[in-house]
Design a protein around this ligand. Structure first.
Ligand SMILES: [Cu+2]
Length: 192
């Protein structure tokens, strides 16, 4: 009778722990083996939850990697739209995506155009005849030129996520020579 009342006052978790401890210190072989096995079960459960946490972390990393796309833009002497082209010249990417500008032909470079970057974005300037990889993180539009052929319209427009942060500012930049018409066409593609 006393025992039953004692059990009822114990919170269930406490009760189990006490029982396990009691079984572990018992001289009865059967009791001891069952106490050990319940400890082993707890250890196994802990291991399983660690493994689960690790696999969730791995899956998150893989998912993040899968989301970041990589795109190639070629620097060409002759493109689909004439001489001295960045191809493709219009790109829509997501924040975190990387664009590889590939120096397929010689005599070109890629640089960000002043006034055509979102606030806080890092300007970049590649070397002549060298590939450049740019990871775009800040949403907005990015105007890109080949410096020697800027006036010949060797430009590109990269739209990263939502273009609205600097679209108006980028459109109002004065463009030299053929770059003016080239950018008019590129800006039109944003709404297409
Ligand atoms: Cu060029």
């Amino acid at each position: 009778m006393n025992k039953v009342r004692a059990f009822q006052r114990q919170p269930p978790a406490n009760l189990i722990q006490r029982n396990v401890r009691r079984l572990a210190s018992s001289n009865d072989v059967m009791d001891r083996s069952s106490a050990i096995s319940s400890q082993q079960i707890r250890t196994r459960k802990k291991m399983r939850s660690i493994k689960l946490a690790l696999s969730v972390a791995a899956a998150t990393l893989i998912a993040a990697g899968a989301h970041a796309a990589e795109v190639e833009v070629n620097m060409l002497n002759m493109g689909k739209h004439g001489m001295f082209q960045l191809d493709p010249s219009f790109l829509k990417v997501a924040p975190g995506d990387t664009v590889h500008f590939v120096a397929k032909d010689k005599g070109h470079d890629v640089e960000s155009i002043p006034g055509m970057l979102p606030d806080g974005a890092q300007p970049f300037k590649g070397e002549m005849n060298k590939d450049v990889s740019v990871t775009f993180t800040k949403p907005g539009v990015y105007g890109i030129k080949c410096n020697p052929h800027y006036g010949m319209g060797m430009v590109a427009l990269v739209v990263v996520g939502d273009p609205s942060s600097n679209l108006k500012a980028a459109e109002s930049v004065n463009q030299p020579g053929k770059a003016k018409k080239a950018f008019e066409e590129l800006f039109k593609q944003i709404s297409q």
